[in-house]
Design a protein around this ligand. Sequence first.
Ligand SMILES: N[C@@H](CCC(=O)N[C@@H](CS)C(=O)NCC(=O)O)C(=O)O
Length: 289
Amino acid sequence: MTEIYTPPKVWKWEGQKQGRFTSTNRPIAGPTHDKELPVGKHPLQLYSLGTPNGVKVTVLLEELLAMGHTGAEYDAWLIRIGDGDQFGSGFVDVNPNSKIPALMDHSTNPPTRVFESGAILLYLAEKFGEFLPSDAAGRTECLNWLFWQMGSAPYLGGGFGHFYAYAEEKYKYPIDRFTMEAKRQIDVLDRRLANNRYICGDKYTIADMAIWPWYGGVVILGQYEAEEFLDASSYTNVVRWAEEIHAREAVKRGRMVNRLRGELYEQLHERHDARDFETKTQDKIEATE
Ligand SMILES: N[C@@H](CCC(=O)N[C@@H](CS)C(=O)NCC(=O)O)C(=O)O
C-alpha cells in the first residue's frame, strides 16, 4: 500500500470516491424519490438487471417455461442501478435492501414480494415443483450449495472483482486477500464437480443456477477479465460444468433479459412475451429508430 489510513473516531459520509459506484453507494437505506413500479400482464413481475444476480432468476424462469410451465410467464422490467432506480419508493417497497433482483407474485392474494436472489430461486422452485430435489437428503444438499453461493459470491464480486477490476487504484493487500479466497472457492467447486456432473449430483438444480452466473462467468465468460490472473483454465471440472450450462437454450435466453452490455442482439432490455426474443432485442429496436 502506498498510503496508510488512520481511521477517525467516527466515520463520516463525505462523498468518498467509490469509482463507478460513487453516485449510488450510500451509508443509509430507504428511498431517495417517489416512483411507482410498472405492472404488466403476467402474474410474475420481475424488477431486475442482467448482472450475475439478476441472471439467476431469468435463467430459472426461462428453464421453467422451456419445460412447459406457462404459469412462469413473466414481465421483466429494467432497473438501472447506475441511475439509482433501486432507490425509488416502489422498488424499496418490494426490496427494502434496494438491490436487484426483486419479484412480485400477483397470483397470490395479497401479492407476495420476494427479494434476495436465493429466496426468489427457492420460491419459484417450490411454486413449480422443479429444480429442487424433493427427498430430504437431496433437498438439504441442494440448499447447502444455494446458501454457499449466497455467502461466498460477495467475496468474489465485492471483494476480488471490486479490488482487481473496478477499483481505480490497485492495491496489493486487498487483491492478495480476495484472490486467495476467490481461488479457494473455485477449488471448492472444482473438487465437488470432479465426481458430480452438477453441483448437487446428477440433476441440474437451482444451486447450479445460483452458482453458474458468478463462477462460470469468471472462469469462461471473461467476468473481471481475470481468467489468466486466476489461472481459470486449470480448474478443469468447473470449466466443463460451466460450458455445459452455457450451452443450454434457456440459459442463453435468460442471459439476454435486462442486459445492458455486450452485443446488441444479445440485449433484451425488457421482456413481456416469449416473442420479444425475436423482435425486441436492441439491434432490432435501434434499426427501427
Ligand atoms: N444478496 C443479493 C445481492 C444483490 C445485489 O448485490 N444486487 C446488485 C446488482 S448485482 C445491486 O442491485 N446493486 C445496487 C446497489 O448496490 O445499489 C442477492 O443475491 O439478491
